[in-house]
Write a protein that binds this ligand. Structure first.
Ligand code: 1HN
Length: 350
């Protein structure tokens, strides 16, 4: 190092020390880590095979009750974000088990939640006083600050995947949560099926006092969803990247069903070989039916029924089904990214 360089480097280091005490940092030293030319997520691609983690969640059923645990959940921790309870930077995912006869206490929080049912048909969720049965493939959503509780009246375990915007709410320091107490004003009880009758039949109340941020439909039943895909399949041309992909929509606005989390269902016809795709929303996928693989650079993620896998932001990938139609559920933070004008995608490896 020349003398001038040495002395300017020395001057800078001592300057940085001097200002550090005053909680000041020079931007020019950190700029390249703050404003990236393109996304570079610490989140890494990863699959959780259902057969494998099903054993673990059932074992958790032996060691802790819902009484003690409140929610008996094994968190899907992205190995690139260890110990942070995140499957992507902005989203949390966990596998929840509720055994016959169990209940999980009523509570509410500002985090928005979705449940995608993987196994069982006898559990229920009650959201703001309306109860719905949770069947395999159903998407059940819980709005921010909505009261919710779960139970299982049947004789088989029910297992679902939870997705919540916990890291996002944590980042914004906007978390509130409370248990339902005996002195809490109860939400007005509603008849089972009320929300579907009121909002899911091509009808809407004339005077609509409801908050439209989150869809008033809180169970998107798989039998309806699957039937719709099967009918659409006869007419629609396949998208080169996605097959036939639909979003779960709020019927009052046409927007995503939740304000922060976007949820999708897609059908890949038998033998589909998808083109390369990437987007800025790191996405969690669940195989509902069929089997196939997702190619991510040099990695092949082989998936079958109930497997969960994650693809990070801006990572090229392509979906392939084997020799039957495949159905894939997915969720991401696309809903909030699009509201902020941040979301981007590109296709075909461009
Ligand atoms: C929650 O309320 C549930 O109600 C599940 O089933 C998982 C993780 C963190 C915070 C709240 C539930 C959750 C959660």
């Amino acid at each position: 190092m020349s003398e001038t360089n040495y002395s300017s480097s020395y001057k800078r280091t001592s300057f940085y020390k001097q200002i550090e005490k005053k909680s000041l940092t020079p931007l020019w030293e950190v700029m390249q880590d703050l404003v990236l030319p393109k996304p570079s997520s610490p989140c890494i691609p990863k699959i959780w095979k259902y057969d494998d983690i099903r054993k673990d969640i059932l074992e958790a059923g032996d060691i802790i009750s819902t009484e003690e645990a409140e929610s008996r959940v094994l968190i899907l921790d992205n190995p690139g974000l260890p110990g942070t309870s995140r499957i992507t930077r902005s989203l949390y995912a966990g596998m929840q088990l509720i055994l016959p006869g169990e209940t999980a206490r009523n509570h509410r929080h500002t985090q928005t939640a979705l449940r995608f049912v993987l196994e069982g048909s006898s559990a229920y969720t009650t959201v703001d006083g309306e109860r719905t049965t949770m069947k395999r493939g159903d998407l059940v959503i819980t709005p921010s600050w909505g009261w919710h509780e779960h139970g299982n009246d049947g004789d088989h375990p029910t297992i679902w995947l939870d997705g919540l915007d916990i890291p996002l709410v944590q980042f914004l320091d906007a978390s509130f949560a409370e248990p339902y107490e005996d002195n809490t004003n109860p939400p007005l009880p509603k008849a089972d099926g009320d929300s579907i009758a009121r909002y899911g039949s091509g009808l809407a109340p004339v005077d609509n006092p409801s908050n439209t941020l989150t869809s008033p439909i809180f169970n998107y039943s798989y039998s309806e969803t699957r039937d719709a895909l099967e009918k659409m399949k006869r007419n629609d041309k396949w998208d080169a990247c996605h097959g036939l992909k639909m979003k779960y929509a709020n019927p009052l606005t046409g927007d995503y069903a939740m304000p922060t989390i976007a949820a999708f269902i897609q059908l890949l016809p038998s033998g589909f070989m998808g083109q390369k795709y990437r987007s800025t929303d790191s996405t969690v996928f669940v195989c509902v039916e069929g089997e196939g693989k997702t190619i991510v650079n040099d990695l092949e993620i082989n998936w079958t029924k109930n497997d969960t896998f994650v693809i990070p932001s801006w990572v090229q990938h392509s979906h392939n089904s084997y020799n039957s139609d495949a159905v894939i559920f997915s969720f991401s933070d696309r809903a909030i990214q699009q509201k902020c004008g941040l979301w981007r995608e590109n296709r075909y490896g461009n």
